[in-house]
Design a protein. Structure first.
Length: 388
């Protein structure tokens, strides 16, 4: 799926999440009637989750240098499946693997074309009639490029297949892009966006809290997209409603919760090959925690990352994986980016520059340590206690 802002996602998670002790945000919170999937989870029934890594070998999506959206999405998707599957209450399916679409889907695409195309035609016709008669009113939204016909066919088919196989939650994984730029040049914008079905769609209401839970978790470590039009339509959690994205159930093709997460822009430094393992692990953990918080109605005290720093870190122009995770940790603690007069932006870059030094000093002060701005042994001990 590509919009004028191309799209993709990613995720990971810690294996013991389902045994964590949750904490309720406030004793005065209004009690809300659980949605059907939440009641199903509370009753101990199996929750069927469908993970859809964006794009495929034929339409690979966004690209920056040698970094390709379809590859990132698949790698992340596999991590999500692995970690969610640790909980026996989840039955998790990923739509494609290293060989392509799973046999169940590739056979479905091939052997049910007549029924799928009739399904698409019927749903489009009924939706168009509802719009023409005023039963559905669509307000201003972000405009997307139309998906190629083969891509659209497969996405609609996945919606039909997921409904027939009674999946409870659907998560599409994507990465964003911004044009014009060359494949070797970074774009102007960054951040994540969670696309959710418009309230006029069949699954609009039931997807809202699902999207908010994921966006709320991601916001602890990253920032919502700063693309002006996405900022215009997003809520405080970086969630944007959409009526036309097929992945979300456009033309009334889904009734179950479905979201499409663009975890970042394809050219952002923390997606580089030297950082992807660490970045995807944190993204996955954030997403998985969001899924548990959505299903259980709790906010976990757990952080989005687990890490142990073992080496001294100080100001340096060299990119390092443990620095990128340090920046994630400091951001989750509310200390990154720091406010530095005259400096407009402190990116998550893996470089230990003035922004990171200032944030480390803030952390040291909070722990009553010497504010040297260097990740000393005593500073590492304090940090590791919080994130181990």
């Amino acid at each position: 799926m590509k919009s004028f802002v191309a799209q993709t996602i990613i995720v990971i998670v810690c294996g013991f999440l389902f045994s964590l002790t949750p904490s309720i945000v406030s004793a005065t919170d209004v009690v809300v009637e659980p949605e059907p999937v939440q009641r199903k989870y509370e009753s101990g029934n199996i929750i069927r989750v469908l993970i859809v890594p964006g794009h495929d070998d034929e339409f690979s999506g966004a690209q920056y240098g040698s970094v390709v959206e379809a590859d990132l999405a698949l790698s992340l998707g596999k991590k999500i499946v692995e970690k969610l599957s640790i909980n026996p209450q989840f039955f998790v399916t990923i739509t494609r693997n290293d060989e392509g679409y799973i046999p169940e889907l590739s056979d479905y695409f091939l052997n049910n074309e007549k029924e799928i195309r009739a399904f698409i035609k019927d749903k489009k016709k009924k939706t168009a009639r509802a719009i023409d008669t005023g039963k559905i009113i669509i307000e201003d939204q972000i405009t997307h490029n139309d998906a190629p016909s083969d891509v659209a066919y497969r996405l609609y088919a996945i919606n039909k297949w997921a409904s027939e196989n009674k999946y409870d939650l659907i998560l599409h994984i994507h990465f964003n892009d911004y044009w014009p730029r060359s494949l070797a040049t970074q774009g102007e914008y960054g951040g994540f966006t969670v696309y959710a079905p418009d309230q006029a769609l069949l699954n609009g209401v039931v997807s809202e809290s699902f999207a908010d839970a994921i966006g709320s978790r991601l916001k602890k470590t990253w920032y919502p997209s700063n693309l002006p039009i996405e900022k215009q339509f997003s809520n405080e959690y970086g969630v944007v409603p959409d009526f036309k994205l097929i992945a979300l159930g456009s033309n009334m093709t889904l009734s179950v919760p479905s979201i499409l997460v663009e975890y970042s822009y394809i050219y952002e430094p923390f997606l580089g090959r030297e950082f992807f393992d660490e970045t995807s692990t944190v993204m996955a953990q954030a997403t998985t925690l969001g899924i548990f918080e959505y299903l259980q109605g709790y906010v976990y005290e757990s952080k989005n990352l687990s890490y142990e720093w073992t080496s001294l870190l100080s100001s340096s122009p060299k990119r390092k994986p443990d620095i990128i995770v340090l920046q994630y940790a400091l951001r989750e603690l509310g200390m990154y980016p720091p406010a530095i007069p005259g400096k407009e932006r402190c990116p998550i870059s893996g470089i230990f520059g003035p922004c990171t030094k200032t944030a480390v000093q803030t952390f040291q002060k909070s722990q009553q340590l010497l504010a040297s701005g260097v990740l000393t042994p005593t500073t590492r001990t304090a940090l590791n206690e919080l994130f181990k």
